[in-house]
Design a protein around this ligand. Sequence first.
Ligand SMILES: [Zn+2]
Length: 145
Amino acid sequence: MELANDIRDLAESVIDEKARHSHLRTKKDKIIYFYDDKPRKWIGRVIKRSKIDQLLHGIEVAMLICKPLWDELTDEQKKCVVDHELCHIEENEKTGETKIIDHDLQEFYCIVNDYGLIMPDVERMAQAFENARRDEVTEDAQERT
Ligand SMILES: [Zn+2]
């Protein structure tokens, strides 16, 4: 484990750039970033620190990045991973307390294959994929001109 100051720099620029992370702009000092040198099945994860840690160190969340996997990524993929991990850090609207939230969608490929888009969360994700494909096509067309 080692502190990852380059991840901190990237995360803070993503927090400034993306409105969805605006609640983190005043909490930048409450997030700590580490590289994990062991090979893992995950690239990144965020962990809410204990109340004692929060009181002693002012750190609310630790972001861990698996260094061996991270080193294989392009710059854009690295930004995508950090943006994803930041999406897990939310705020309780009533108390302002930091909380960790789960992904928008948890599903199996085989269920979507068999049932299609009958569930609202799957439909929303399919719409996001369509938007991403359309943006890719538009970018490709722009690159060709
Ligand atoms: Zn995640």
